[in-house]
Design a protein around this ligand. Structure first.
Ligand SMILES: [Zn+2]
Length: 218
């Protein structure tokens, strides 16, 4: 079964693990992946798949510390260094495999997927290189580093919509380009209702990836 991590689609779990391994190997023992590293967001997304990611991430990720196994220098792993500089070990194998998306998470993904154009549009209009993250003050130079945060949490908007429109579709299609689950054609009317409802309540701001992820798990 294919999986998506950090915007990359892998045909199976082994290919995803090989990709992680090759990045870790290229960085090498004693190296690290911080916010300036183009792989940072990929690793954040990877870690979010871990069944205990909330515990692992704590208040947020400062950087990822790469090491090779003392017994086998070709065997790599990484620790999370949190914002408060505490460290936590995490298995990337468990990140890749350990995430059993519950039925509820699949549905949330479908509702997120369909409003993605609004999010991208906000970012394209409002991102300016050199702007500051309003929560931590770090400088955002690249669009890639900037995450769009829902000020009124997405899950609250969705919960109120589901209360209002209880006949949620139970069967979904797979989007051929992103390989993510999406609404079927016959549910287009329902989907459009949701898009307009979401648009009427959503307010956004641009945060750095670390601040955005720590808000998502609060
Ligand atoms: Zn920030």
């Amino acid at each position: 079964m294919s999986l998506e991590i950090g915007g990359l689609v892998f045909a199976n779990q082994n290919l995803a693990k090989n990709h992680v391994r090759s990045i870790l190997k290229s960085i090498g023992d004693g190296g690290y992946i911080d916010k300036t590293n183009p792989f940072f967001n990929f690793f954040l997304d990877l870690v979010m798949r871990h069944p205990k990611h909330e515990e692992k991430i704590g208040k947020g990720v400062n950087r990822f510390l790469v090491y090779s196994d003392w017994a086998n220098e070709n065997c790599f792993g990484f620790d999370i260094e949190r914002i408060d500089l505490t460290k936590e070990n995490i298995s990337f194998n468990q990140c890749v495999t350990g995430h059993n998306k519950s039925e509820k998470n699949v549905v949330i993904g479908v509702f997120r997927h369909v409003i993605n154009d609004d999010i991208v549009g906000f970012k394209n209009l409002n991102f300016k290189p050199g702007m500051q993250c309003p929560l931590c003050g770090c400088i955002l130079n690249k669009k890639f580093d900037a995450h769009v945060d829902h000020i009124l949490p997405f899950k609250d908007i969705l919960a109120s919509f589901l209360k209002k429109e209880p006949n949620t579709p139970k069967v979904f299609d797979i989007d051929p380009s992103t390989k993510q689950k999406c609404f079927r054609m016959e549910d287009a009317f329902y989907a459009v209702n949701w898009i307009y409802y979401h648009r009427s309540l959503a307010t956004y701001r641009i945060l750095c990836s670390t601040c955005n992820v720590s808000r998502r798990i609060d």
